[in-house]
Every structure is written in C-alpha cells, then in structure tokens.
Design a protein around this ligand. Structure first.
Ligand code: 3AM
Length: 354
C-alpha cells in the first residue's frame, strides 16, 4: 500500500505516532513508527493485533518497513482515533474528571474489550487511560506492546502505578492483573488523578502496591454501586477479583451492557455500532456539552452515543492545518524527505515469531 505520512500526533514510549493517508483510497489512518533496530515492542504489537478483531480494540490495518533518510523504519498501521487518548479526554474535560454516566459507558466498552482478549487467552498487561483511545464509537483498547499469551512466561511488563500487587511483587501477571489495572483506570476517570496519591517514583510505588497491604483510595464522588464495582476490581488477592465476564453482569454495568449490545444488534433504524455516523447525524445537538458529560447517572436518560459525543466535542476537533508542510510522500524518488517502502523480501526477513 502506498501511503503518505502526515503530522505527528505524539510520541509514545515505543514509537512516534503520525496521521497517514492511503494514496489510492484516501483513507486516513494512524501510523506508529520506530527504527527497525528498536522495533521489538511494535512487532510484538503487530503480531497480536493482526490476530484479533473486536469493536472494542483499535483495529489493525497492516505494517511495512520504509527507509527515511538513512534510517530503516518499522511502521504499524492502525485505525485512526480522532479524539486521542482517554487520558487526554479526562484532562480536556473541565475539572479533569468525568461524570459517572460517562465512566459507566467507557468502563463497559473497555471491559468488553478485555473480556474478548481474556476469552482469547491474552493479557494486555498495560491497561491505563493513556492506552485507551477515544473515537466516534467510544473507547477502544490500544497499545499492545506489553501484551502476552496468558500461559506465556515472561518478564513483568507495564506501568508501576497500574500494576496489581502480584505483578509489583514479580509473582505473576495474568488476566486478573488487567482487572486491577481497569480499577485504577476508573479511579483516573473519576478523580482526574493517579490511582496512588503521594507517591511518584517507581520504586516507592512498587513497594506501596506490592507490600503495603493498602488499596488505592476510592473517589468519594462515586455512587455506592460504582464503589462496589471498584471493590470487585481492586481485591489484593487476584483470586478474589471478579473476571471480565462477571463484571459485565455487575449492577453498575449490566444496564449499560445490555443497552450497548441491543444497540449494536438492532435494525437499520438504529446504528450498527452504537455510535454509527448516521446515528450521530440523527441526534439533536445537545443544549449544553457540559451537562452531557457530567450528568449524574440517576438522572441521565441520554444514550451512550450522546454522552461520548459530548466529550468528543469538548476536546475539540484535530487541527488538520497546522502541520501541512510536513506531509511527505512514502514513495518519492528522492529519499531526502520521505519514507521509501522497502520490498517484501527485505520485510519478511525482519518478521519475528512470537
Ligand atoms: O501524546 P498524546 O496522548 O496526545 O493518544 C496517543 C498519544 O497521544 C496517540 O499517539 C500519541 C502517542 O501514543 N495515538 C496512538 N495511537 C493512535 C491512533 N490509532 C493515536 N491517535 C489516534 N489514533
């Protein structure tokens, strides 16, 4: 596939992410790029993402290897998620915390993604708000650079602030560890801050998580139901933590889950995905975006779509104009500026087995 690289969206821990456009179709997608010699995490991500499909996981669109200046780059193509990370969405929202009805919608979507992964024997190993991306259809799990098969032994991976106690102690990293991290992500959404307060350096965090016997503080703004849900995620003993399937049936989520399933299964008058564009277009503009985002669950009659749409409008559309001069052609004759696609044989030589 011929493609052109657009402006840089951001720099992650393993790669630089840019917008890209397919030359023939004009389709816009995201490309994660890193030098081939440092592409271990990205190739691991490719291996996993290319084997899974879920509406709750960012979609894989291919990969290639290009030459840019004197560097050989590994590129991973992904569905473009226009509203960026959930972390950004939390911070973009006034007050830096989300209302409970929106927390419920996002939690339900992340959990459906986790349920799918776990049923397929995969552990994500790095669930946190900056690894959840938001688009028109809501939240999707991204960044599979640390993911592994559940039975696969391997080094502990992830982010200390979100590590479960058994992971911090280096004992095991299994399906239940993702559930703990989901609990930490809910705290991020509800408080706008880190799950553990007053600790910042990784060693202190690991000690606190692994050995203190404490739990992160539950945000006081959450309802009893939401706090009970958190309690089922944040059990220090991984055997006591609820599974993704059990949590989807918890009273905090069950109504939302049934609604999302119904919406996705319903007829042509309803969206095929809960936030189908036609569906968006048929919705009335909200009177107040603020009220959509923070409306309390007890009084909310709005659909998941309306609530997330409110959030996406608050965070603003991407700025397509700012970096136009940086667009380059992937197959330019001159390799001075652009990425030059290397041929398939060279690419296959670099594929890793996992
Ligand atoms: O640096 P920020 O948080 O603004 O959200 C991701 C992050 O943005 C974004 O790239 C940055 C580095 O990871 N990102 C990652 N994958 C993306 C995708 N598929 C993406 N943005 C849109 N679509």
């Amino acid at each position: 596939m011929d493609w052109t690289r657009g402006h840089t969206i951001g720099h992650g821990s393993t790669a630089t992410v840019s917008v890209a456009t397919a030359v023939q179709s004009g389709d816009v997608f995201a490309v994660k790029s890193v030098e081939l010699s440092q592409s271990e995490f990205l190739r691991r991500e490719q291996k996993i993402l290319s084997s899974i499909v879920s509406p709750f996981i960012v979609r894989y669109k291919g990969c290639d290897i290009t030459r840019k200046h004197s560097k050989v780059m590994y590129n991973l193509f992904l569905e473009y998620m226009p509203d960026g990370s959930l972390r950004n969405a939390i911070h973009a929202h006034g007050g830096g915390r989300l209302g409970e009805s929106l927390i419920r919608v996002f939690t339900c979507q992340i959990l459906q993604g986790l349920d799918y992964l776990h049923l397929n024997g995969l552990v994500h190993c790095d669930i946190k708000s900056s690894n959840i991306l938001v688009g028109e259809s809501g939240a999707k799990i991204a960044d599979f650079g640390c993911a592994k098969r559940v039975e696969q032994p391997g080094p502990i991976a992830g982010t200390p602030m979100f590590m479960a106690p058994e992971v911090a102690r280096g004992e095991e990293q299994g399906l239940a560890s993702d559930i703990w991290a989901l609990g930490c992500t809910i705290i991020e959404m509800a408080s706008g801050g880190a799950p553990w307060r007053n600790v910042s350096d990784p060693v202190s965090i690991i000690y606190r998580v692994g050995y203190s016997g404490h739990l992160p503080e539950f945000p006081c703004c959450l309802s009893e139901q939401a706090r009970d849900f958190l309690d089922k995620c944040l059990r220090r003993d991984p055997k006591e933590r609820w599974t993704a399937s059990q949590l989807l049936a918890h009273p905090f989520l069950v109504g939302e889950f049934n609604k999302q399933v119904q919406e996705s299964n319903s007829s042509s008058t309803s969206p095929t995905s809960i936030l189908d564009q036609t569906f968006w277009n048929s919705l009335d503009e909200p009177e107040s975006l603020e009220s959509l985002v923070s409306v309390p669950s007890s009084t909310s009659e709005s659909s998941a779509g309306e609530r997330i749409r409110g959030l996406s409008l608050l965070s603003g559309p991407p700025d397509w104009d700012c970096d136009d001069q940086n667009w380059i052609s992937a197959r330019e004759d001159s390799s001075e500026e652009g990425d030059t696609v290397l041929d398939d044989i060279e690419y296959k030589d670099y594929k890793v087995s996992w």
